[in-house]
Design a binder for this molecule. Structure first.
Ligand code: 4AD
Ligand code: MG
Length: 441
C-alpha cells in the first residue's frame, strides 16, 4: 500500500496507517530477530521496530547512531504498560539507508562522550546540538520568540530591524566591539535602544529582536559576547505604565510558551519545578535592596556593607533574588551606576526612573528606564559619561523635533531561557554561544 510522508510530531493522526518517516537514528538496540530504532526528525522521536529478515539483514546489523533513514511502516498504538515516545511505535516493513554515520573510533557517541572536556564539547557544538536537552531548549527558544511577537502584536507594538553596525555606544565604551568600516571607526551594536527611540514619532511604540554585542571581559554564567536582545520603546508613558507593561509582557509570553503544544511539555520536562510568574510582580527600590542585603549579611564587592552608590553585583543580586524567591522589579538606581540617557526621579534627583527585572536562579533578565526627554539634560548626560555628542545628532533630534515622555527596556533572550528552562548558564540557551575566547564553530 502507498505510504503518506509525515513528520514524527503528527504520528497521533495516522494510527494504523502506512507512513514514511525520515530522520536520524537517535538510539539503536539490536537483538536476535528484532531491531529497535528510536528515530528523530527534529519534530519528535518515534520507536521503529524491525523484525524477521529486516532485523537480521546485514545492513541493519551494521547501522550506526546518527545514520539517516527513510522508514516505511504502520503506526501502532502501544498497549497499556508498554512505553515509547508518543505512546506509539512504527512496525517497519521497509527502509532505505540515506547516509551511514561512522562506527568505532569516529562514531558520534565517541565524539561527544559524557565527561569530555567542555571546551571540546563546545568545538563539537554542531553535534551536541542533536542531544535531547539542547535541542529541547532550542525548541522552547523558538516558541518564546514566537510568543513574545504575539504579545507585541496584541499590545500594538510594531517590529523594526535596526542596524547592527553602528557608530554610537549605548551601554559604556568598555564593552564595545570595534570594527573597521571602510576606514571609519564603527562598532557592533550593544543595544538598539537609541534607534528604537527615533522610531517613536514615525511608527509609535516599537520593538526589535536583534543581536547585541558586548566585549564582556568577565567569564560568568550569564554573559555572552553576542546575545539576542528583545527591546521595546514606548511613547507617552509614565514610569508606572512602563513597569506594568514589562510585567504583563513577561507574564503573557511565559503563559503562551506554556500553552504551546511543543514547548509547554518541554519546559515541564526541563524545569519540573517552574512556577509561572503572577501579576503584579514584587516591587523593590534600590535603597530597599541595600537594606535587605545588609540585614541579611550579604557584603558588597569590597566585602563591606552596601552603601548608596554601590553596584549590586551578580552574586549578591542572585542571592537576594533566590532568597526572596519571586520575580522582582528593582527600581530607582543611582544616576552614577546607570546609563547617560536615564531620566532622574522628580522627587529625588540622585536616582533614576530605572528598573531591572530579577528572576530567581538567574537574577537580572531585563533592564529598562524612562529616558531623558529634555535636550539640555541629555547633553549633560553625555558630558558626565565623556561622550562626544556629535555622532548622536540623530538621537538628540528625537528631543528637538517633538519630544515626549518615553521609556523602554531590553530583555536578554538567553537569560529568560535560562530561567524558564532551568539552565545553569546562558551558554546552554544559545545555538552557537560566543564568549571570551570562543568564536567557533
Ligand atoms: O541592562 P542592559 O545592558 O540594558 C540595555 O542595553 C538597554 N539599552 C536596554 C533598553 O533599555 N533598550 O541589557 C538589557 C538586558 C539585560 O537585562 C540582560 O538580560 C541582557 O540584556 N544582557 C545580556 N545577556 C547576555 N550576555 C550579556 N553580555 C548581556 N548583557 C546584557
Ligand atoms: Mg542591565
Amino acid at each position: 500500500p502507498p505510504a503518506t510522508k509525515i513528520k514524527i510530531m503528527s504520528v497521533g493522526k495516522h494510527i494504523e496507517e502506512r507512513v514514511k518517516v525520515q530522520g536520524w537514528i537517535h538510539r539503536l538496540r539490536l537483538q536476535k530477530g528484532l531491531a529497535f530504532i528510536i528515530l528523530r526528525d527534529g519534530t519528535g522521536y518515534i520507536q521503529c521496530v524491525l523484525s524477521g529478515d529486516l532485523a537480521n539483514a546485514y545492513q541493519t546489523l551494521t547501522l550506526t547512531i546518527e545514520s539517516t533513514l527513510s522508514i516505511y511502516g504502520t503506526i501502532r498504538k502501544l498497549p497499556e504498560g508498554k512505553f515509547a515516545p508518543g505512546g506509539v511505535e512504527l512496525a517497519v516493513d521497509y527502509y532505505e539507508l540515506v547516509g551511514l554515520a561512522p562506527s568505532g573510533k569516529e562514531s558520534f557517541t565517541n565524539k561527544i562522550q559524557e565527561g569530555t572536556d567542555p571546551s571540546i564539547l563546545m568545538d563539537q557544538r554542531h553535534l551536541t546540538l542533536r542531544g535531547e536537552t539542547l535541542s529541547a531548549v532550542m525548541k522552547v527558544r523558538a516558541a518564546l520568540l514566537a510568543a513574545i511577537r504575539r504579545v507585541y502584536i496584541e499590545e500594538s507594538v510594531t517590529e523594526v530591524t535596526p542596524p547592527c553596525m553602528v557608530q554610537t555606544q549605548v551601554e559604556g565604551g568598555s564593552t564595545l566591539f570595534k570594527m573597521d568600516y571602510y576606514g571609519e571607526e564603527a562598532f557592533l551594536t550593544q543595544s538598539s535602544q537609541l534607534y528604537l527611540e527615533t522610531c517613536l514619532p514615525a511608527l509609535g511604540d516599537v520593538y526589535c529582536i536583534q543581536e547585541s554585542f558586548r566585549a564582556e571581559k568577565s567569564h560568568t554564567r550569564r554573559h555572552l559576547s553576542e546575545y539576542t536582545h528583545i527591546e521595546a520603546e514606548l511613547a507617552f508613558v509614565t514610569f508606572d505604565d512602563l513597569l506594568s507593561h514589562i510585567e504583563r509582557v513577561i507574564t503573557k509570553t511565559v503563559q503562551y510558551v506554556l500553552e504551546d503544544p511543543t514547548a509547554g511539555p518541554l519546559v515541564k520536562q526541563l524545569n519540573p519545578g517552574f512556577v509561572a510568574p503572577q501579576l503584579p510582580f514584587k516591587r523593590m527600590q534600590y535603597i530597599e535592596a541595600l537594606d535587605w542585603l545588609n540585614e541579611n549579611g550579604i557584603p558588597n564587592e569590597e566585602g563591606e556593607k552596601f552603601k548608596f552608590g554601590d553596584d549590586i553585583a551578580e552574586a549578591a543580586e542572585r542571592k537576594m533574588t533566590d532568597t526572596i524567591g519571586v520575580p522582582i522589579l528593582l527600581t530607582r538606581f543611582p544616576v552614577e551606576i546607570k546609563s547617560f540617557y536615564m531620566k532622574k526621579c522628580v522627587d529625588d534627583p540622585r536616582v533614576t526612573e530605572s528598573v531591572d527585572v530579577l528572576m530567581p536562579t538567574v537574577g537580572e533578565i531585563t533592564g529598562g528606564s524612562m529616558r531623558i526627554e529634555d535636550t539640555q539634560e541629555l547633553l549633560e548626560g553625555f558630558k558626565r559619561e565623556g561622550i562626544d555628542p556629535k555622532s548622536y545628532y540623530w538621537f538628540v533630534d528625537q528631543r528637538i523635533y517633538g519630544t515626549c515622555p518615553h521609556g523602554g527596556y531590553g530583555l536578554g533572550t538567553e537569560r529568560i531561557l535560562a530561567w524558564l528552562c532551568n539552565r545553569f548558564t546562558v551558554r546552554d540557551c544559545s545555538l552557537y554561544p560566543r564568549f571570551t575566547g570562543r568564536c567557533k564553530p
